[in-house]
Design a protein around this ligand. Structure first.
Ligand code: SF4
Length: 64
């Protein structure tokens, strides 16, 4: 599935990084970076947890 982040909603609290550090990462300026744009079978559960954890509903999965 394709991972989309609405950076206008994101408040850089790193909850998604805590759930899926292989996919989400805050850079040195506290801007969220996507390390990959598609889920893999190995990380899809972690990404779904990140979607659920985001208090701003900034992450969506396309093709879910
Ligand atoms: S959990 Fe949501 S608000 Fe927090 S850094 Fe990730 S995308 Fe941004």
């Amino acid at each position: 599935m394709r991972i989309k982040v609405d950076f206008d909603l994101c408040e850089s609290n790193a909850l998604c990084e805590a759930m899926a550090p292989d996919v989400f990462e805050l850079d040195d300026d506290d801007y969220l970076q996507l390390k990959q744009e598609e889920t893999t079978p190995e990380d899809v559960a972690d990404v779904e947890r990140a979607v659920a954890a985001c208090p701003r509903a900034a992450i969506t999965l396309e093709g879910a």
